[in-house]
Design a binder for this molecule. Sequence first.
Ligand code: SF4
Length: 295
Amino acid sequence: MIAGVDRDGLAESLVELIRRTTSKLPDDVIKRLKEYRTKEEPGKMACRTLDTIMENVDMAQSASRPICQDTGTVTFDIQHPLGARQSEIREIVKEAVVAATAKNYLRPNVVDSLTGEIKSDNIGVGHPVIHFEQWDNDYLEVTLVLKGGGCENVGAQYTLPQPALKAGRDINGVKKVVLDMVVKAQGKGCAPGVLGIAIGGDRAEGYAIAKKQLKRKLDDINPNPVLAELEGWVVEQANRLGVGPMGFGGKTTLFGAKATTLDRIPASYFVSISYMCWAYRRRTMTIRNGEVQHD
Ligand code: SF4
């Protein structure tokens, strides 16, 4: 038993988590997309594109089918109480991924990097991605993020200083490289999107923590005023670039940015940016005393 559920119960709950994640955007994402739609001029391409996106979102939800054909890298963040066996949970997660693929909640999306062979059940080396953390709570919490390739490809990591961008090792330098990433991404990555930003750390941790920012709710307020200002500035400036939904022009290029810091060593100053497209698929479930709750 894990948090009061048996193996079959956990597998079933995980399949439901995958179904919900792939077919139903989170409420905060829908709310924010609707908000930005009102900023676009009626009848213009940007407005029509956001309408089409919302229609697709509604259809996917009512038919329990993927919001986007690219069901992406399947990443589970699992926080579990003391005593849960990670190896057992890992096997159950894999079973759930296989079952969800058979039900077409996930498209076969895992490819052998050397041979090009497609793994029809979505199980491969490093897939699904599973991060474990043991915590002091008595319940299990699983967050699933599905991140497509188009948006993953435009993420970037910069080392400061960047003389060509006049970006020094300070918050202004950070702003310059983040905006540079948005400029370079235009037309790719299926805008509008949300950025996860990590300042500092090493290359690997920087990217990992940048991605973790995408777990935050869009309407949360960063408790660090410098980062809160950065998050607002990035969205405002990006939306002045005119990239717009799907790169067709307009005021909605980003609909969120979430930033954090890691301490660094003196010789390195990384800024890592993970970009999430409008198909922002993340959902959480908790299991406490056998009771399953989905967000
Ligand atoms: S970037 Fe996002 S919306 Fe575009 S194809 Fe990939 S998953 Fe789909």
